[in-house]
Design a protein around this ligand. Structure first.
Ligand code: NAD
Length: 257
């Protein structure tokens, strides 16, 4: 039995949705009929702007603060989503931190920052949402990984490792939940022109983009379109998949510092 997502009854939670790929995914899912919980860690005004845009488009959304790297915050985020919108049956694990630095220069603090958000926070949010999906016998989990999780890259021993972990997490979860009409998939963006790449040296970014088959960086909406597909009924038999969104080129962003 497949649950339709075309009505307003479906609730999607997008972490780190105040900007970039998360904001684009929230807007996309709202356009597909989901009520959307727009999670943010710090930038309330940005999250409110995303909510305002969704409502102006005729959708439903609320902004919910949670720093998912903090123990217990991911679980509370899921409970608050349920209280304000209903059970979150779609989770887009988008929140992520990238601190690119050669391993020899990287501090344990930076390494832990990436692990506590990208892996532990993501795991906590997903685990907390699973009981709702089990109850509904329907669900969608999307992990925003990175091409660097597949290839590694200079300066990205920590970030790449955290994103590789999401690939294993997604596939492992797919083994556990697919028979319940719950899918788990990973999206691997390449170079997408958001704030996360804004501190890359412009010359390095230009060289990087020149090496991509499409000869351009991607737009957040081009990743969101894939997220939207994975959260639709059209993707009912897609689980444990890894979808690259990289314009036809694997990327290596050199360390920024
Ligand atoms: P971004 O920096 O604009 O977005 C990251 C979002 O995560 C921000 O809104 C940030 O506030 C939020 N966030 C960070 N830590 C958080 C925490 N502890 N709790 C809650 N929210 C938190 O960059 P983006 O490009 O939109 O990144 C979105 C995702 O895509 C990230 O996971 C990133 O690693 C991944 N990604 C991006 C690219 C790219 O080239 N832009 C490539 C591959 C993967």
């Amino acid at each position: 039995m497949t649950r339709s997502n075309n009505g307003k009854e479906g609730v999607a939670l997008v972490t780190g949705a105040s900007r970039g790929i998360g904001a684009a995914s929230a807007l996309r899912l709202a356009a597909q009929g989901y009520s959307v919980a727009v999670n943010f860690a710090r930038s309330k005004s940005d999250a409110d702007a995303v909510v305002k845009q969704i409502i102006a488009n005729g959708g439903t959304a609320v902004a919910i603060q949670a720093d998912i790297s903090v123990e217990g915050a991911g679980e509370e985020l899921v409970r608050e989503t349920d209280r304000r919108l209903g059970p979150p049956l779609v989770v887009v694990n988008n929140a992520g931190v990238q601190r690119s630095r050669a391993m020899i220069k990287q501090s344990l603090e930076e390494f832990d920052q990436m692990l506590s958000t990208n892996i532990r926070g993501t795991w906590s949010v997903t685990r907390a949402a699973l009981p709702y999906m089990y109850d509904a016998s329907w669900g969608r989990v999307v992990f925003i990984s990175s091409v660097l999780g597949a290839t590694g890259g200079p300066g990205d021993s920590g970030y790449g490792a955290s994103k590789a972990a999401l690939l294993a997490m997604s596939k492992s979860l797919a083994f556990e939940v697919s028979r319940r009409n719950i899918t788990s998939n990973a999206v691997l963006p390449g170079t997408i022109l958001t704030d996360i790449v804004s501190d890359v040296d412009p010359d390095v970014l230009e060289a990087n983009i020149a090496s991509i088959a499409s000869r351009r960086g991607g737009e957040p909406e081009e990743v969101a379109a894939v997220v939207g597909f994975l959260c639709s009924d059209d993707a009912s038999y897609v689980s444990g998949a890894e979808i690259v969104v990289h314009g036809g080129g694997w990327v290596n962003l050199p360390p920024t510092k």
